[in-house]
Design a protein around this ligand. Structure first.
Ligand code: PEP
Ligand code: MN
Length: 333
């Protein structure tokens, strides 16, 4: 249950009530809210004089639920970029899977700048399936991203692979990405709850929508309101494509949650040939953002080589998204 306390109830009283009800105590706008275990369905008579409003839930999707906030939350990346809320924006994010060298990431940054893409993606800490694969440049990669950020005025999204990197990722980037394989890492989730930068939470490829949104609840209930969901494909019985992009799931998330949704067709299909069509399908769904891997020379990429678009392919795709965005009432930013 979420209990919104009256505006004149201060922090000390809110914390006292929070203890009694085993609730998370959060500040929202200018009042405190208590997020109790879901099994609580009624406000006790003795608390009623303190309560402005209450919301009852039948499962553990509470803060992310449309029953609590009936519209998509607006999330800001710096002062200039906004998604969700009343914006109708679809933010396009592109860049390589991994930062590999200064030359490679600079070519990517220049490409973003030329096309008008405002957010550059690239991993510095890579969560690979094999210990023998490229693990990323680590902190040196983050510093290169930071350099591109100031040189080209771009925003940066980069992935946190374990909770000890959270502070570095915040320092050198603007959005913290939690990868599919980390969706259940409670150390990362709880560390990301304590920051106020936007967090892009990817859906684990073997998880249900309920489990996915509950992971988002860990971040929200710990105090970070800036959570963006990312569908990037789930594992099904199909083996011809890398994963299966769950667009039905996206429709469900849009209907039932108040979090913006970014779609990642690159990791879903796993092959560059299918990325443009799939991206157009995502755009047609009216998503809040698109995350697409591009590389100056995909054939030599150190990770995810088969799915990255080259710059010409991405430019054609980007142009083709514009009429689709218009048809569904979205602005590409
Ligand atoms: C990535 O974005 O490069 C990545 C590793 O994605 P995912 O966590 O979805 O596999
Ligand atoms: Mn990748």
């Amino acid at each position: 249950m979420i209990i919104k306390l009256k505006k004149d109830i201060g922090e000390a009283k809110a914390n006292e009530l929070g203890k009694e009800l085993q609730a998370f105590v959060l500040k929202q706008d200018s009042s405190f809210i208590l997020v109790t275990p879901t099994k609580l369905k009624e406000v006790d008579e003795k608390y009623k004089p303190l309560v402005a409003e209450s919301f009852v839930f039948n499962d553990d999707i509470q803060l992310a639920s449309k029953k609590f906030i009936p519209h998509t939350r607006e999330i800001k990346v710096g002062n200039e970029i906004s998604i969700g809320g009343k914006t109708n924006n679809t933010v396009v994010i592109t860049g390589p899977c991994s930062v590999e060298s200064e030359e490679q990431i600079e070519q990517s940054a220049q490409f973003c700048k030329k096309l008008g893409v405002k957010i550059l993606r690239a991993g510095a800490f890579k969560p690979r399936t094999s210990p023998y694969s490229f693990q990323g440049m680590g902190i040196d990669g983050l510093k290169l991203l930071d350099k591109m950020r100031s040189k080209y005025g771009l925003k940066i999204i980069s992935e946190v692979r374990d909770s000890t990197h959270v502070q570095d990722i915040i320092q050198y980037s603007d959005i913290v990405q939690i990868g599919a394989k980390s969706m259940y890492d409670h150390g990362i989730l709880k560390a990301c709850a304590k920051i106020n930068k936007p967090v892009l939470l990817k859906r684990g490829f073997g998880t249900t929508l309920q489990e996915f949104v509950q992971s988002a609840e860990f971040i929200l209930s710990g105090g970070n309101e800036n959570v963006i969901l990312c569908e990037r494909g789930i594992r099904t019985f199909e083996t011809k494509t890398r994963f299966t992009l769950d667009l039905c799931g996206v429709a469900w998330l849009k209907e039932h949650t108040n979090l913006p949704i970014i779609l990642d067709p690159s990791h879903a299909i796993g092959y560059a040939y299918g990325v443009p069509d799939l991206t157009r399908a995502c755009m047609a769904m009216g998503c809040d953002g698109l995350l697409i891997e591009t590389h100056p020379n995909p054939a030599v990429a150190k990770s995810d080589a088969s799915q990255q678009l080259n710059f010409d392919q991405f430019t054609n795709l980007y142009e083709s998204l514009k009429p689709i965005a218009k048809a569904v009432g979205k602005n590409i930013i």
